[in-house]
Write a protein that binds this ligand. Structure first.
Ligand code: NAD
Ligand code: DAU
Length: 389
């Protein structure tokens, strides 16, 4: 190792030591993780973040290309797998983390129907591994009372609602898809680690997020892009399934509240108070984008809608009662759906380069060249030490 590299490392350690909070973020190159990291870098100038992400199809290494040089010093990227206990142990020994925010997961229900095994491996085995290494770290940590393990989960663990009622923190688990079953299993492991070993763990169960950087396999970005490109708009079943939509920045702010003020052993439900039928969302997107692109008459997008076979095991309705986090932590959503959906549409219209890059093989090629087995940026243990991604 040359002397200039050594000096860089010394600078790195000093900066890291000066920070008020040091956080390990898993899955920070995915949709919510990216928004969370960008938000924290903005609003918490004395927090230091390590982003551990495997860069699966859902993780984009370019999501931080535009952050300031000062922010780059507070963010380190490590390409790696949450199932890799040795790598996690090394990261914990290098930075005395105060908190783990565990986003990393396989997150798409349709993919879980086609290939459930990856969901078992990443969501259950991955969470189990991060829990084990977090426990080992916490048991040896100075000021252990300050440590938090935050598990980011979903409202889908509760199953499906009828036309009335809401999911509360006491609603029994009743998952329908391999995705929600894997998230439910991981939640149970987190609860067990709190009850058995006292690991100061907290779970958040959140409703459907939307906003910038969401991979275009999920309803809102898929529809936005298909409308822009005049492709068909596949609506499952009768289109009357209901989701409770939350703007991703509201979710990030809720997570921050939980890190700062949440009580270990607790679950907090996070929701948008914004129930919509899928077909209403698709209509709204068609009308907004048509207006933005000046389409009228035969060019209007509603005619691209196609009702297709339903998703197997499709949950009918989700709706969150977020009274607990509102009352105990003082969080409530700031963004109205009508306002934030326009921000989201604008972001996709203005970031077609991002869209094209995540959809093209070029992104995968770049990842392989830079991080693959023969990649230049691999260090000896297979992690990248450059924090510029
Ligand atoms: P995403 O699919 O966009 O991102 C997942 C990230 O995890 C990607 O960057 C991927 O590369 C990474 N990853 C996958 N497997 C990994 C592994 N083995 N090791 C390390 N990294 C790995 O997901 P998202 O929508 O950002 O969701 C993040 C979390 O929030 C998930 O746990 C999900 O269950 C939960 N959640 C999502 C929503 C939503 O509406 N998107 C709502 C509630 C909860
Ligand atoms: O509720 C939280 C969950 O929200 C998260 O835990 C998941 O990670 C996230 O993917 C999301 O799950 P959903 O299955 O609700 O999201 P999705 O965007 O896939 O679908 C939303 C609704 O739209 C659902 O009722 C299925 C329907 N749909 C979806 C797609 C992709 C369609 O009608 N057509 C489509 O093409």
């Amino acid at each position: 190792m040359g002397s200039s590299k050594k000096n860089k490392d010394i600078h790195f350690i000093c900066l890291d030591e000066l920070m008020r909070k040091k956080i390990l973020v898993t899955g920070g190159s995915g949709f919510i993780g990216t928004n969370f990291i960008r938000h924290v870098l903005n609003v918490q100038p004395d927090w230091y973040l390590v982003n551990l992400d495997l860069l699966t199809y859902a993780g984009n290494p370019h999501n931080f290309h535009d952050i300031t040089p000062e922010m780059k010093k507070r963010l380190r990227f490590v390409r790696g797998d949450v199932r890799d206990a040795a790598l996690l142990a090394q990261l914990f020994s290098e930075a005395n983390f105060d908190c783990v925010v565990h986003f990393a997961a396989e997150s798409h229900v349709d993919r879980s129907i086609l290939g459930p095994k990856a969901f078992l491996e990443t969501n259950v085995h991955g969470t189990f591994t991060v829990l084990g290494e977090s426990l080992a770290h916490w048991e040896n940590k100075g000021r252990p009372e300050e440590f938090r393990f935050l598990h980011i989960s979903t409202d889908e663990v509760y199953g499906s609602l009828g036309p009335q009622g809401y999911f509360t923190e006491e609603t029994p688990y009743n998952p329908s898809s391999p995705y929600s079953a894997s998230k439910a299993a991981s939640d149970h492991f987190v609860k067990a680690y709190f009850h058995t070993y006292n690991l100061p763990a907290i779970i958040t169960n959140c409703s459907n997020n939307y906003g910038p950087f969401q991979f275009p396999e999920k309803l809102i970005p898929l529809m936005i892009l298909n409308i822009i490109e005049r492709d068909r708009l596949p609506v499952y079943g009768d289109g009357k399934n209901i989701r409770d939509w939350l703007y991703v920045i509201d979710h990030c702010e809720a997570v921050l509240k939980v890190i700062e003020r949440g009580t270990p052993g607790n679950t907090y439900n996070i929701g948008g108070n914004s129930e919509r039928e899928n077909i209403d969302i698709v209509h709204l997107l068609c009308d907004h984008i048509d207006k933005r692109l000046g389409r009228s008459g035969k060019e209007t997008s509603r005619q691209l809608i196609q009702f297709v076979s339903d998703r197997p095991g499709h949950d009918r309705r989700y709706a969150i009662d977020s009274t607990k986090i509102q009352r105990e932590l003082g969080w409530s959503p700031r963004f109205r759906f009508e306002e934030a959906i326009e921000i989201t549409i604008d972001w996709y219209l203005e970031n077609m380069d991002w869209v094209n890059s995540v959809r093209s093989g070029e992104c995968r090629k770049w990842i392989e060249e830079n991080y693959g087995d023969r990649g230049k940026k691999y260090s000896s243990i297979g992690i990248k030490r450059n924090n510029s991604m």
